[in-house]
Design a protein around this ligand. Structure first.
Ligand code: ZN
Length: 145
């Protein structure tokens, strides 16, 4: 992963521009980057392409994710989400819209994705730690605000 950062006049904090290269896994790479840079809360946006991905849909009734593996190439029409913490560990919550060769879109919770050509990410750290807490009724670790 390559990075460049600059001060943001509006927030006084830094915005990171990240480039992930072919073969890198997006979710784990983002978590690793945030751990290394002690980023405990951030918002993420991105575009690029993947050679494979696993999208998921959360089933509130069964309290479990239904995963779907996709084989690329697929364009990342949109990657969006956030970085937070759960029990002190950095976590990423990402969603993606992925387009196939017919420009049809798959969309969902992004469990895993392997970069094809490139992935360009804007990571905006927040001034707060985005703590998550398990919610029994929902079955997910929700933002605790
Ligand atoms: Zn999700």
């Amino acid at each position: 992963m390559c990075e460049e950062n600059h001060a943001d006049d509006h927030h006084g904090s830094e915005i990171y521009i990240l480039r992930l290269d072919k073969g890198e896994e997006i979710v784990s790479s983002l978590v690793e980057f945030c751990k290394e840079n002690e980023i405990l809360g951030a918002w993420v946006q991105g575009i690029g392409a993947v050679e494979s991905a696993t999208l998921a849909l959360y089933d509130l009734g069964n309290k479990e994710y239904h995963n779907k593996d996709l084989d690329g190439p697929l364009e990342i029409a949109n990657l969006v989400g956030n970085i937070g913490t759960h029990k002190g560990e950095v976590t990423a919550h990402l969603h993606a819209t992925l387009g196939d060769k017919d420009m049809k879109a798959y969309a969902g919770h992004l469990s895993k994705a392997i970069v094809a050509a490139t992935c360009e990410i804007r990571l905006e750290p927040l001034d707060i730690e985005l703590k998550r807490k398990h919610n029994k009724e929902i079955g997910l670790n929700l933002i605790n605000i």
